[in-house]
Write a protein that binds this ligand. Sequence first.
Ligand SMILES: Cc1cc2nc3c(=O)[nH]c(=O)nc-3n(C[C@H](O)[C@H](O)[C@H](O)COP(=O)(O)OP(=O)(O)OC[C@H]3O[C@@H](n4cnc5c(N)ncnc54)[C@H](O)[C@@H]3O)c2cc1C
Length: 351
Amino acid sequence: MEELLREHVSLAPYTTLGIGGEARFFLEARSEASFVDGIRFAHEQGLPLFVLGGGSNLLISDDGFPGLVLRIALEGKSFTPGRTSTEVTAAAGEDWDSLVEDCVGRNLAGFECLSGIPGSVGGTPIQNVGAYGQEISETLIAVRCYDRVQHAVIEIDSAHCRFGYRSSIFNTTHRERYVVLSVLYRLTSDGRPSLRYAELQDHFSSPQNAALGDVRHAVLSIRSHKGMVIDPRDPDSRSAGSFFKNPIIDSAGILRISQRLKDIPSVPLSDGRYKISAAWLIERSGLKRGDAKGNVGISTKHALALVNRGNATARELLSFANDIRSAVHEASGINLQLEPVLVGFEKDEEL
Ligand SMILES: Cc1cc2nc3c(=O)[nH]c(=O)nc-3n(C[C@H](O)[C@H](O)[C@H](O)COP(=O)(O)OP(=O)(O)OC[C@H]3O[C@@H](n4cnc5c(N)ncnc54)[C@H](O)[C@@H]3O)c2cc1C
């Protein structure tokens, strides 16, 4: 393992924001054996451990991380066809969008609307990734994990993951307890694409004839116009995607906000509450796409993405995010919650 273990490694290049100081120790786990070595090393040395995937949902502190950053680079995928569905198993380090492309190419339905989301397979259950009307919770069957408390490999089925909007046990009640090693999904063989989102339906003159590949291309096109596909030529994609979650509120909350802001767009949820657009709230609070403060700014294409305009620090980005939260709170009374995970910050530095 010694030759794989590195010291004082800059973490910025491992994130889509391109921000972050050094990891005291860094290990890229390409096999489960080197993964176990990493876990053991952190344990023996009494070091804090951070599990890194594709770095697309992170804001890492300028001071970096004082322990071991264990990058999950496990590879491998398999497809087991059944009568009407196909079970897909993918190792946590596989690139998510390559898996989606592969599945769409095999005419497997269930992931097509999740095209273009950056990051790893292992990252998908953490916040129950979702886009354009699909969420990973709809196709995920089980997660194979290393349990850092019991020091054993276990399997957690979908019901026990307790998926919600951008949440699961992995980022709430059992945060940092489990390391995802592989994920089992079930997709519909020769299935029809999902076209629940109006913005996506509008892309087609006859949505009923759209094939899975057409929907993937439409999603990628919509996302690129919003700077939501990682593209080195697009400075607006130097982000962590949505920086804030869409607030979920009850009908009394909607009424309260409507007294201050008219025509608030909301989507009813199955539990009787409503999801409202954080991007709309930001724009209604007087901020606009392209607004900047030094090295950081709001994407010119989407009000929810905060971008590193070059050499930004984490401190600058958090301070700008705080300005946005204050403006939204003043205009609507709503406290926006951050979507990315903060790494290496002191408690009082966080928003
Ligand atoms: C341009 C852009 C667009 C985006 N669009 C969307 C979108 O439409 N919908 C959406 O839901 N998200 C979106 N995201 C956010 C992000 O891509 C997803 O959340 C993604 O699943 C994160 O995966 P990752 O491998 O990059 O995780 P990382 O950013 O590396 O880590 C995020 C969290 O997951 C944990 N983690 C990662 N891998 C593992 C593992 N194997 N085991 C245990 N914990 C792990 C980390 O410890 C950390 O807490 C977007 C991001 C960007 C930059």
